[in-house]
Design a protein around this ligand. Structure first.
Ligand SMILES: Cc1ncc(COP(=O)(O)O)c(C=O)c1O
Ligand SMILES: [Zn+2]
Length: 404
């Protein structure tokens, strides 16, 4: 039995096929490449029961991941994050079965660890010595961490305004870190020039095919955690879109293996009103998005003015009868406080945005009372210490608490 049933890389746009065992980036047509597996063989070799006895990490799905040899796996125990029933908040919002999948408890504090464990492992397997990437912070932190563990040198470029703790993660892990006075697309252009000049491995979002394979495991886990049934709606905070593309890919793979039926969850791409290129394209019925000028949001991970995989995000949303929703910074900050005070969940601003979208879609009747709704919280609020504003009374040692 093989550790991985990796077959080849395939272009979702022009269907060109590429060898998976040499370093590959985009298709010659400019599209990202997707990883394909021998799903028929996996279906014969693997059963749902076999999975049950495996470790609670995303590597439990190794047949459906691209690393051929277990000794190349670079892991910190990521995956199988909890799905928490919001049984206090949900009923108040008219949703009996509202859940949050909490990626805040994963190594490095965000779901970016999933892309990093698989992406870095595969890079190691293919002999990469130096990788370079632009990031909005969390991905850089995760890739720096896993690269350190793999013995790979990481070069990271992030906007100056990215959450400062992610700088610390990169620096302490020994990455070469640069800040740019600009946005992630500016960081991406700098990295693009550098990889050409120095021959480094380009690990930008969707420019290497393996990060998405790590992120798709959120889809496998959700289905497994619902006892191999699909929920009705999954809401995802969408920046580069890798997570939502990955979840959709996972669902299709499970369908092809006959592990789930025809019905898929409706996928909802949630963006911020200050940066909503996918929402605009979805509203206008366009197959891809336009650059969003002067983008701005406190939910930094979803401040992506134009995503390389925009057409794949829009396809995932449309093929599942989903939708795309933009929420304001004020609304998402309010939702962040609500989740913390009512459910004990200190989520990241990006994750909080999904609650606002769910609430709105419920009010509009798009979500029904008895539907099973999953909010994807992509990271912990602890990584954004400056987002919460408060004034706290300060006491002198001799003071009594001024509370009756
Ligand atoms: C916390 C958080 N949520 C969501 C996203 C958006 O991720 P994706 O590229 O999967 O759309 C990011 C990306 O930086 C992030 O850091
Ligand atoms: Zn192509």
């Amino acid at each position: 039995m093989a550790f991985s049933y990796l077959l080849h890389l395939e272009c979702p746009r022009c269907h060109a096929v590429y060898d998976a065992d040499t370093l590959a980036h985009l298709c010659t047509c400019g599209s990202p490449l997707l990883v394909r597996y021998d799903l028929q063989a996996v279906q014969k070799q693997l059963s749902k029961a076999m999975l049950q006895s495996r470790e609670p990490s995303l590597w439990r799905y190794h047949e459906l991941l691209p690393v051929r040899s277990p000794e190349n796996v670079v892991s910190l125990g990521e995956g199988m994050t909890p799905i928490i029933h919001l049984n206090r908040l949900g009923p108040k919002l008219g949703m009996k079965y509202l859940y949050a999948k909490d990626e805040g408890v994963i190594p490095t504090g965000s779901f970016k660890a999933r892309g990093a464990t698989v992406g870095v492992s595969r890079a190691k397997e293919l002999g990469v010595k130096v990788l370079a990437m632009p990031t909005n912070g969390n991905a850089g932190g995760a890739w720096a961490t896993y690269s350190a563990r793999a013995g790979i040198e990481a070069v990271i470029v992030m906007p100056r305004d990215a959450p400062s703790i992610t700088r610390n993660e990169c620096a302490i892990s020994g990455a070469k870190l640069f800040l740019v006075n600009g946005l992630i697309n500016h960081a991406g252009a700098i990295v693009g020039r550098a990889v050409k000049a120095y021959g480094w491995y380009e690990a930008s979002t969707l420019k290497e095919p393996y990060r998405i394979e790590g992120k798709k495991t959120m889809g496998y886990e959700i289905v497994e955690q619902f006892q191999w049934n699909v929920p009705d709606v999954i809401l995802y905070p969408t920046g580069g879109g890798v997570g939502i593309i990955g979840i959709y890919k996972a669902l299709r793979e499970l369908q092809e293996m006959g592990w789930i039926g025809e019905r898929l969850p409706r996928l909802v791409a949630v963006q911020a009103t200050g940066c909503a290129p996918i929402v605009r394209a979805w509203q206008e019925g366009k197959p891809d998005s336009q650059l969003w000028e002067n983008s701005r949001t406190i939910a930094f991970g979803i401040n992506v003015p134009r995503a390389l995989g925009d057409f794949l995000v829009l396809d995932a949303v449309r093929s599942t009868d989903g939708c795309a929703v933009a929420v304001s910074d004020d609304e998402l900050l309010h939702a962040q406080a609500t989740l913390a005070s009512q459910e004990g969940l200190f989520v990241c601003p990006e994750g909080a945005a999904t609650l606002v979208a769910a609430e709105r879609l419920r009010q509009e009747g798009w979500i029904k009372e008895n539907e099973r709704v999953v909010l994807l919280n992509t990271g912990t609020g602890l990584k954004y210490p400056d987002t919460v504003q408060m004034t706290v009374p300060v006491l002198e040692p001799q003071d009594d608490l001024p509370i009756a």
